[in-house]
Design a protein around this ligand. Sequence first.
Ligand code: BES
Ligand code: ZN
Length: 381
Amino acid sequence: MVSGERAYAHVVELAQRIGSRTAGSDAEQAAADYIADQFTSYGYQPTLEPFEVKYYVEQASRLEVLSPEATTLEPRALSLSAAGEATGDLAAAGIGRPGDFPTEGMTGRVALLERGELTFSDKVANAAAAGVAAVIVYNNQPGSFRGDLGDESAIPAVGISQEEGQRLLGLLAQGPVTVRLSVEAGFEQGTSQNVIARPPDGRCEEVVGAHYDSVEAGPGANDNASGVAALLETARVLAAGGDREGVCLVAFGAEEVGLVGSQRFVANLDPDERQVLRGMVNLDMVGVGDQWQLIGSPELAQEVDAQASSLGLDPVATELPAGLGADQSNFIGAGIPAVLIHRFDDPRYHSAEDQVQFVEPRLLQEATELTLLALRVLEAP
Ligand code: BES
Ligand code: ZN
């Protein structure tokens, strides 16, 4: 019997007792130990797959308007932005195409660009080529965003909300605006690991996975202690039913710094095992929200969707919103069918508010049942 309450106890352990579990941290290690102990208690012999992670950390970013009036905005460094500080006059330059920058007078200025059409990396490179000292990108839809440059930039670059962008444009319409922008950020290094519970004969025909690390900002109750809770409950139910054949259960480390754990797991599969691996089920953010979503390989997602009515559930097969990433994509990228089981939507994820009291035990139970269903689909398509 699947138990939402048993699963919920894991969320409390991971997100409340241990708390924020950033990749490479002692807390992430403590979470790995907890997960390994749980697998052991169900009769598995878990192994650890360690790896080094180097990751970008934004310590602090600041953006102040110095004149015509003093205000403080809330910037967020684009991931891999250069660290540094710049003070200068603001210059709006469209979306940041080369032709959007005036040919003169840009040296030392701070460019204000709209998000969209070009990659962040191209916008910032074009700005640097025009002589600009730092870049602010404002959102092209309401709210703020987490942008990623993909590569280290030459000059500091931050993102702000559409509302803040419009405020700056409003000031610029009245005359010169002087701003000071600073980004404090850099790289840190540490050890992370995957925690793997293999079946008695050792080979994975199906993989169930969930990442157990979190962002720095909060305790990661829904993202993703919830997925780990459903993973552990799946492991317990399979072991109790004597049904471990072919199923590997994997808790991935270092997802939030670039899907690193799942990438390592896929890279380390030996060729024979890859041959027999039929598919992967990823559990990420399954404890909050109004709607089950199945995201990934369309055939697999649609088949699980079609059979979910047997559980009294009505998920939708859909796609991950642009700009987001999750571990199933490393499997799909390696030619292995995979589906993300996800609950839409959680306004508190990646914040200090992602706490245990918002996670619903009933949803953890449903996520576990959907996982068992997806395993049956993979076993007998
Ligand atoms: N759980 C999120 C991804 C997610 C968010 C899926 C909302 C569905 C809806 C995941 O932990 C995450 O934040 N991933 C990063 C991946 C990046 C570091 C490669 C992301 O999307 O920014
Ligand atoms: Zn996640």
